[in-house]
Design a protein around this ligand. Structure first.
Ligand code: ARG
Length: 460
């Protein structure tokens, strides 16, 4: 056990308590950001004349060599240390002697860990943005390829009105676009530097917090030292945004699972993203989509865990906050994996366009358009609704579609029916005439795709 705080103690810590308290097994992820932060702190200390330039250089070089040695496998991060901060400081002192003992001047692990988490989370926000851009690019391509791929649109999972695959996928484009914009929002609010807050009340050293913030590419320093060490709002915001990403992925996964079912056969998932059964030789299961759906609950759980951890913590730092890490790492790892895998699966999925179109032609998806036809011939909508309702009942009886009826049969329901009805309720007309903003006609969708592509371009 190599701790930073021996002086005040006479006895040694219980082994179980040591392990319970330690965070090195998971905060070793902070190795790189902790080095980044400590180097900036050392540079600022020397600029302010608190340590010498030579000492600062030694600290920076020492930290760099430790980082290199861990990366190359020469140096191992072991549970001998309480956390990554202790590991780095102890190794630094081993390597450079007395100068290493000065790195923690005017700093506490409370502001150090707050900084590490911000630096780490900030990189992850950027990473999520990149993954979401990739998802949007794949969806945009599917949309472009499927402007005329007709399929049923559903409400209550019952066939409702015809749409196109481009339109259906376009709904998810909007969701993931909002997810991406949320990431940018979060970045704007979180990008302030907590280092210099000390344990909770700042410090008497003349630290230049603006300089440290600048060295680390923050917009500026945080403005209240107690808040700085105990704020985890940005993680909660981020995990809430990740939960929303997962909710979107889960909904889409659910659709893929339904579309992949023997009954629908709208899609064929590539072998690379499906698995078989140990007993049933015929099976090809959509496990990746199911797991994405399953892991959504887990990411929600991570968010709930941190929200609950934070709710009873008085100012300022309390050790409960160490619990932020595992939940946060779990949320980002799982969301990143799910986004990557789901997107790759979508890039390779085969859409069975014939099955989609056949399905759109059944289930009376053109019933609204048949009613609108009568309205255009002068019938009030409520009457038209009732006429078509009776007509559908008759079709169900005969097991046929509205367009299968002859004009004479149609005229029994209303004299207003004429030969132009067939064209008016064809799949093409039903879709292509929906020209309002946001509607599925290829003409409208082309405009939306133009807007989406401009967004993706400006995003680069
Ligand atoms: N491992 C701790 C955490 O993650 C670092 C801060 C420790 N501070 C302290 N006062 N014990 O929160």
């Amino acid at each position: 056990m190599a701790q930073l705080w021996g002086g005040r103690f006479t006895g040694s810590i219980n082994e179980l308590a040591w392990n319970f308290n330690a965070s090195i097994t998971f905060d070793k992820r902070f190795l790189e950001v902790d080095v980044r932060g400590s180097k900036a702190h050392a540079k600022m200390l020397s600029k302010q004349g608190i340590i010498s330039e030579e000492e600062s250089n030694k600290i920076c070089e020492g930290l760099d060599t430790i980082l290199e040695d861990v990366k190359s496998g020469k140096l191992e991060i072991t549970s001998k240390y309480e956390d990554i901060h202790s590991f780095l400081e102890a190794n630094l002192i081993d390597r450079i002697g007395d100068a290493g003992k000065k790195v923690h001047t005017g700093r506490s692990r409370n502001d150090q860990v707050a900084l590490d988490m911000r630096l780490y989370a900030r990189d992850e926000v950027k990473h999520m943005e990149a993954l979401l851009t990739n998802t949007l690019t794949v969806l945009n391509q599917i949309m472009k390829d499927n402007l005329d791929t007709y399929m049923p649109g559903f409400t209550h999972l019952q066939k409702a009105q015809p749409v196109t695959l481009a339109h259906h996928v376009g709904a998810y484009f909007e969701m993931f676009k909002r997810d991406l914009l949320r990431m940018r929002d979060i970045y704007e609010r979180m990008n302030y530097c907590p280092l210099g807050a000390g344990a909770l009340a700042g410090t008497t050293y003349p630290l230049d917090r603006e300089y440290t913030a600048q060295l680390l590419d923050f917009y500026g320093p945080t403005l209240n030292s107690m808040d700085s060490v105990s704020d985890r709002d940005y993680l909660i915001e981020f995990m809430s945004a990740l939960s929303t990403v997962m909710m979107h992925l889960s909904r889409f996964s659910e659709e893929i699972i339904i579309w992949n079912s023997n009954e629908y056969r709208f899609v064929t998932i590539d072998d690379a993203y499906s698995t078989g059964s140990s007993i049933m030789p015929q099976k090809k299961n959509p496990d990746i989509a199911e797991l994405v759906r399953g892991k959504t609950g887990r990411v929600y759980g991570d968010l709930m865990s941190l929200l609950t951890t934070m709710k009873g913590i008085p100012l300022a730092y309390n050790k409960d906050m160490q619990e932020d890490k595992e939940a946060f790492f779990d949320a980002i790892d799982n969301t990143a994996n799910c986004l990557t895998l789901f997107t790759d699966m979508m890039a390779t999925v085969k859409f069975n366009k014939d099955n989609m179109e056949k399905s759109a032609m059944m289930g009376f998806t053109n019933a609204t358009d048949a009613a609108d036809y009568l309205v255009n011939k002068g019938m009030p909508f409520r009457d038209a609704h009732s006429v078509i309702g009776r007509l559908v009942l008759c079709c169900i009886d005969k097991n046929c579609a509205i367009d299968d009826l002859t004009i004479d049969e149609l005229k029994e329901f209303s004299e207003l029916f004429d030969n132009d009805i067939y064209d008016a309720i064809s799949l093409e007309t039903c879709v292509n005439k929906r020209l309002t903003i946001g509607a599925p006609s290829p003409e409208m969708m082309r405009k939306v795709i133009e807007i989406n592509e401009a967004f993706l371009k400006e995003d680069k």
